[in-house]
Ligand binder design. Structure first.
Ligand code: ADP
Ligand code: MG
Length: 452
């Protein structure tokens, strides 16, 4: 059975076993990577998900997989790699870039007392029509901690500034009220693991004290608390204890309270009783302002043309705007390469998620076949003609690079086995560095692929 199909079948079974929210939170974004000697390798989007799934669902998943493929003996979980792979700069490893990005972030510290990161301030928060309500609410809350707008519930999509805003409130409270008011920031993942730890080690009293002993409790990404009974209970009691004492509570979520499917009704209605504000997608002018403010913060500069290009193309996620900026600066500073607008576009393509996800493998194969002027049937067929070898390998390389598909999957798609796919991808990655005509062809094909 093909691995992709095997994984889809196993997921289908897990979907039946788990609650909808649990499935969506933990498994929906999983991918099958490979199978080696009876071990199925599955990747998850982050470390937290990896550990959670490993500890909680390993057995169930293995059972589900073995229903379809008894030869699987073990599961191994890994975290999705997000490789930086621009054509001109293949020699750059993800590690290099990671170190560069970390250095930018290292100037900021996390306060062990409050858990707040000094990087997130209200001063560095750019305000526009998509977030002005939430920003105004934030300022009103700081003036009247605990009394007037309690709880404050802010929601919005990924990378739109929720964490920045709510930590900004915490940092401002710290600055304004000196040691008198104690803020505490926690992600709901951390809250959950603290509660689990407390129960397991019979130290729930310590956990309780820790969270109730503050004047402003900021809980990030509450959607992850839903559906876990003990955690939700504890959160409910913590919430009430603080609320009764007029301590401020701030909550963020990726959706409004009424759309938190697994959250207990009593909690949801508490949230709705406070002040709710959403953060939407930034408009063009605001995106430009954000780019400029990030550059200013780092004392760096980019041409108006490049700023405009980024602002036009990266629309739905400020974190992606930052990702693109950091990559451009990385090339310039660490590699001494000033990217031209075409190359910047290439980086945008790789950074912006839905950009690449809109592309299917069939579109990639079609683009390659158009470019080389051979039929799709020939490309995926068995014939080993010399003029078909390169297009085939290029198609496999691009499917891997753009869609991060597994080798077995790519192999099957192209009527080959996975070792052929590995060989093709490795060969093209090598040659692209040495052969400028190949790398030029690759850029042209990508243009065909991404042509709207
Ligand atoms: P979320 O928590 O909504 O997923 P974050 O608060 O982590 O998003 O924001 C992602 C990145 O974008 C952060 O580095 C943050 O500083 C930045 N960012 C988001 N919105 C703004 C804004 N309005 N002004 C300045 N930076 C922003
Ligand atoms: Mg966040």
């Amino acid at each position: 059975m093909d691995l992709e199909k095997l994984w889809q079948s196993a997921l289908g079974e897990m979907e039946v076993q788990l609650s909808r929210a649990n499935f969506a939170t933990w498994l929906k974004n999983s991918r099958i990577v490979d199978k080696r000697d009876g071990t199925l390798i599955i990747s998850l989007p982050n470390n937290f998900a990896k550990e959670w799934v490993e500890n909680k669902y390993n057995k169930n998943i293995l059972g589900a997989v073995r229903n379809f493929d008894p030869s699987t003996k073990n599961l191994e979980f890994v975290v999705h790699s997000t490789a930086v792979l621009e054509p001109k700069t293949q020699k750059i490893t993800t590690g290099d870039f990671q170190r560069f990005e970390n250095k930018i972030n290292l100037d900021f510290k996390i306060d062990p007392e409050t858990n707040l990161n000094s990087r997130y301030t209200l001063k560095s928060f750019v305000v526009g029509s998509s977030n002005e309500l939430a920003f105004a609410a934030a300022n009103a809350i700081i003036d009247e901690i605990g009394t007037k707008y309690n709880p404050f519930f802010v929601y919005g999509g990924v990378g739109l500034g929720k964490t920045h805003l709510i930590q900004g409130i915490g940092n401002e409270v710290k600055a304004r009220y000196g040691g008198k008011l104690r803020p505490r920031y926690v992600t709901s993942e951390k809250f959950t693991s603290d509660v689990i730890w407390g129960i397991k080690n019979k130290r729930m009293e310590d956990v309780k004290r820790r969270y109730r002993d503050c004047d402003l409790l900021i809980i990030d990404d509450i959607q992850f608390v839903g559906g876990k009974r003990a955690t939700e209970e504890e959160f409910f009691y913590t919430f009430n204890a603080l609320h009764e004492l007029n301590k401020q509570i701030i909550i963020s979520s990726d959706r409004p309270p009424q759309s938190l499917p697994t959250l207990e009704e009593r909690l949801r209605s508490r949230f709705e009783a406070g002040l709710t504000a959403d953060i939407g997608f930034p408009e063009y002018e605001m995106r430009v302002a954000i780019i400029k403010s990030k550059l200013l913060e780092q004392d760096r500069n980019l041409s108006e043309e490049v700023i405009d290009l980024i602002a036009r193309k990266v629309k739905k996620n400020v974190r992606e705007i930052e990702g693109v900026l950091n990559k451009i600066l990385f090339y310039r500073e660490a590699k001494r390469i000033d990217l031209n607008p075409k190359e910047v576009e290439e980086i945008i393509r790789k950074t912006v998620k839905d950009f690449s996800h809109r592309v299917s493998e069939d579109q990639i194969i079609k683009a390659v076949s158009d470019f080389y002027n051979i039929s799709v049937e020939e490309m995926t067929g068995r014939v080993r003609k010399k003029e078909i070898v390169e297009p085939r390998q290029v198609a496999m390389f691009l499917i891997r690079e753009i869609l991060e598909m597994s080798y077995p999957h790519i192999g099957e798609k192209m009527g080959r086995d996975h070792t052929t796919a590995i060989h093709a991808v490795e060969k093209i990655s090598r040659e692209i560095n040495q052969n400028s005509s190949l790398s030029q062809k690759m850029n042209l094909i990508k243009e065909l692929v991404f042509k709207e």
